[in-house]
Design a protein around this ligand. Structure first.
Ligand code: B3K
Ligand code: ZN
Length: 848
């Protein structure tokens, strides 16, 4: 298998002026007729053969300028010799046959429950027809679909249709990865939208019959996204229709195909009875994300796949801004950082660490990572902090002006910022090329009324990058008086050197610093502080992120001391949490976040960063003990809290109500530790929403109860795959460490464990891998069961197998016994005959 390098980029030999495609759909034998209007690319002078990508296609016919030719065929495409090509522009016609019903990889054209659908990003179009399947080759597509199915969709605007056929025309040139086609017996939930300049757009969400009444929230999110992009970025929608299709078998969340977004049904369908508040928030965010791609990704796309963060980092940043505007910005920011640490910091600390813009890859699908997406977004957030809101706005206006219609690069992106703001971003660019999470150490000095903060930055080695240069780090800092008043409101300190001091004058007393407010840079702040100071900031910090962060740091200090020194849960921490939990002046969603204990995997990462070896079993017991101590400390107040928060109001998915439910369920879970789950059982029986139903069930399972409720839940929801995924995942998330692997074996033996469905596979195998103490159990069974299932899925769906395999990425941080067990499983995977390139690359990198 070949490694592709960024440094080898060359424009393609040919340009595609127009593409006409005809699909004659049939499950076992679909015919695809392609007419490509090609021309030599002036950027590549000389005569070149024509190389087209193609995989798993049966070539039926091929003609150049009307003359049949016999191209050279191989596993990855076809080549037509220069002598067989005219000198100027010419028409290439091909006809191929493919079998969508046999496509289990869910890439290219495949079938899901009788419906045809496509997934082309990154390199799926080559499984549909022979083509120049790379993002810098952009063309106008016209599509004709022939099928008896009632709904036939493709990109762009509908132009004509009749009995058994439909035609679509996309006026916007696009790379093949944005191509989409859907055919099925579908129903629409429709609405209209009028853009700022008066264009009428028909909006449709297409679902299976019976699901129409679960689309309202997705539609509402879409309309709000469209308005927001006009108001905040001045970006209007550019077609007459915008279609979204929900499909049950999908390898990821959703896909931004031009004018025809395709979604995993779990990120579209929602009703109070079936979707949790988290589901609602995620639907809103993903609908927005895919919609925002219309400008950041589609109108301006990537030159090559190394530039993936150009569209993904920016679009994640935009969907974060949007969610922050729609909901509590503070709560959203905390949730973003929790997710960033759980996924991206974890990736950055292990064998899969790579820069936001990688320099080489084997399988590009393996690089749709937390680093490209989430760290890519954080890098843009820093850029905005550094150039200011006005500078950011000028730069983005220039970006859209200058690059509309382009396949652009990170260099283009940074040039726009340099030109719009006059800043030199050469050092900043290191954020794109250096992997690893910087560590930031802080020293303080207080003398003669001058307070000095001295920062030192360093980044641990990552694969292929032993040495790192100092980066630009925007550090937002505020200072508080010992009485809790803010004496210096947030200012940005711009760190550019390895070690740098910043002075504050005119202070009456030694201040308490609040450092890295709003999490202004994706770094690990290594600053030891006494519990009193953390508790002080939790009580007084005016920055909501750092207020939460102080509580989180305190909880981690406590957990680390319990794990490493057998210390008891500290009263200082218990008091501090109690104060927040019962502070009616604070947002309930914020209080709920403060009650959440650090995750076990996150704790393992922290302990490892302290230079110690994490013991999953000890971390698990410590976390349990912390919850138990908290339940005792909060006492009867919890009952009152549950009562106060249950106001009987009619369900709304609003952030306010969701926050109240979150706090109530957090209290309920703690109470279960005191009353053995009595109140939780009542809450389950009286649940009026899926949030309450699953929340109460979680509280029960967490204290070893809930067997009867599990059965009730399965009887009630057995016919709803999206809801049942929660049932599978929850049991595994809360399984005892020694029982998780065995439970997985029981659940995977069930008839409804449809392992070829990625959602179900992730809800079970992925959930076992996410049960920290269960997966890393010393018996080695967790590792073995996950590896067995990866090997079973790989031949059918390598993309999802490779994705779930990242469960193993943390193996080097554990003790010798666990390392040996995990390594043996990775070696077993690597040795499997006919292993996919996807999984081979992942296992290989994890073992390197
Ligand atoms: N761009 C797609 C992801 C494609 C993943 C290909 N393996 C969804 C998104 O980021 O919006
Ligand atoms: Zn995206």
């Amino acid at each position: 298998q070949k490694t592709i390098h960024l440094a080898d980029y060359q424009p393609f030999t040919h340009l595609v002026e127009r593409v006409e495609l005809t699909f004659r759909l049939a499950p076992g034998a679909t015919r695809v007729l392609a007419q490509l209007h090609l021309a030599p690319n002036p950027a590549r002078p000389g005569r070149h053969p024509l190389r087209l990508d193609g995989e798993g296609l049966r070539l039926v016919a091929c003609a150049v300028a009307g003359q049949a030719v016999a191209p050279a065929l191989d596993d990855s495409g076809l080549t037509i010799a220069p002598e067989d090509l005219p000198e100027g522009p010419f028409l290439l016609e091909t006809e191929v046959e493919i079998a969508p019903e046999a496509n289990t990889a869910l890439e290219g054209l495949y079938m899901s429950k009788g419906m045809y659908c496509t997934q082309c990003e990154a390199e799926g179009f080559r499984k549909i027809t022979y083509y120049l399947d790379r993002p810098d080759v952009m063309s106008r597509f016209r599509v004709r679909i022939e099928s008896d199915l009632p709904v036939l969709l493709s990109n762009g605007n509908p132009t004509a249709n009749g009995q058994g056929w439909a035609e679509w025309d996309d006026p916007w040139p696009k790379p093949a990865y944005l191509f989409a086609l859907v055919a099925g017996d579908l129903r629409a939930h429709s609405a209209d939208f009028t853009t700022a300049s008066g264009r009428k757009v028909a909006l449709n969400i297409w679902v299976r019959p019976g699901d129409e009444d679960r689309c309202a929230y997705a539609m509402d999110s879409l309309i709000r996204s469209m308005r927001w992009d006009e108001e905040v970025y001045g970006r209007e929608y550019d077609l007459d229709v915008f279609n979204i299709v929900a499909v049950d078998d999908f390898n990821m969340g959703a896909m931004e195909n031009k004018g025809l977004n395709i979604f995993n049904s779990r990120y579209v369908l929602a009703s109070p009875e079936t979707a949790t508040d988290d589901d609602y928030a995620r639907i809103e965010a993903i609908i927005a994300h895919e919609y925002f791609h219309n400008w950041t990704g589609n109108r301006i796309t990537c030159r090559d796949w190394f530039q993936l963060c150009l569209k993904e980092g920016l679009t994640v940043f935009r969907d974060h801004q949007f969610s922050g505007d729609m909901r509590s910005a503070a709560v959203r920011r905390i949730e973003e950082v929790v997710a960033l640490r759980a996924r991206q910091f974890r990736e950055d600390a292990g064998p899969l660490a790579h820069p936001v813009r990688p320099e080489s890859f084997v399988e590009i699908n393996n690089f749709y990572t937390a680093t490209v997406y989430e760290k890519g977004s954080e890098v843009i957030a820093m850029l905005k902090t550094l150039v200011g809101d006005q500078g950011y706005k000028r730069a983005l206006d220039l970006y859209f002006d200058r690059h509309d219609g382009d396949a652009a690069t990170i260099e283009d992106w940074l040039n726009v910022f340099e030109d719009a703001t006059g800043r030199d971003l050469s050092q900043f660019k290191l954020w794109y090329s250096q992997a690893g999470t910087p560590r930031l150490q802080v020293a303080e000095d207080w003398q003669d009324g001058v307070y000095t903060l001295t920062f030192t930055q360093s980044t641990p080695p990552t694969p292929g990058q032993p040495e790192k240069a100092p980066r630009v780090i925007p550090i937002n800092v505020g200072l508080l008086n010992p009485n809790g008043d803010e004496v210096v409101p947030t200012i940005m300190l711009e760190m550019t050197q390895e070690r740098q001091s910043f002075r504050f004058q005119g202070l009456a007393a030694r201040p308490v610093p609040s450092i890295l407010r709003g999490f202004s840079a994706p770094v690990v702040l290594e600053r030891e502080a006494p519990p009193e100071e953390r508790a002080f900031l939790l009580a007084h910090d005016t920055d909501p992120f750092n207020k939460w962060e102080a509580g989180r740091a305190l909880a981690k200090d406590v957990m680390a001391a319990m794990v490493l020194q057998d210390a008891p849960p500290s009263p200082a921490w218990l008091d501090a949490v109690a104060a927040v939990a019962f502070d009616g002046g604070l947002d309930p969603a914020f209080r709920a976040l403060c009650l959440r204990l650090p995750a076990e995997d996150d704790m393992a990462q922290t302990i490892h960063a302290m230079g110690r070896i994490p013991d999953p079993a000890r971390i698990h017991s410590a976390r349990r003990a912390m919850a138990g101590a908290l339940a005792i400390r909060l006492g009867e107040g919890l009952v009152q809290l549950c009562r106060d928060l249950d106001d009987g109001a009619e369900f709304s998915p609003s952030a306010e109500q969701a926050g109240r439910r979150a706090l109530r369920l957090a209290a309920l879970a703690l109470l279960a530790r005191r009353d053995g789950g009595k109140l939780a059982a009542e809450a389950f029986a009286g649940a009026r929403s899926m949030t309450e139903e699953i929340g109460a069930l979680a509280a029960l399972l967490d204290v070893g109860q809930g067997a009867a409720e599990l059965q009730v839940f399965a009887d009630r929801w057995g016919g709803d795959a999206n809801v049942m995924d929660k049932w599978f995942a929850l049991q595994l998330a809360l399984a005892e460490p020694g029982e998780a692997a065995e439970l997985t074996e029981r659940l995977t033996a069930r008839a409804d464990f449809d392992w070829k469905n990625p959602n179900r596979f992730r809800s079970v195998v992925g959930a076992l891998a996410a049960n920290h103490a269960g997966f890393h159990h010393l018996s080695g069974r967790g590792y073995r069961v996950v590896a067995d299932w990866l090997l079973k899925l790989d031949p059918l769906n390598p993309q999802t197998a490779a994705r779930v395999s990242t469960a193993f990425e943390t193996w080097p941080r554990y003790d010798a016994a666990r390392r040996k067990l995990a390594q043996a499983e990775l070696e077993r995977i690597l040795a499997a005959p006919d292993l996919s390139g996807d999984l081979r690359e992942m296992a290989g990198r994890m073992l390197a």
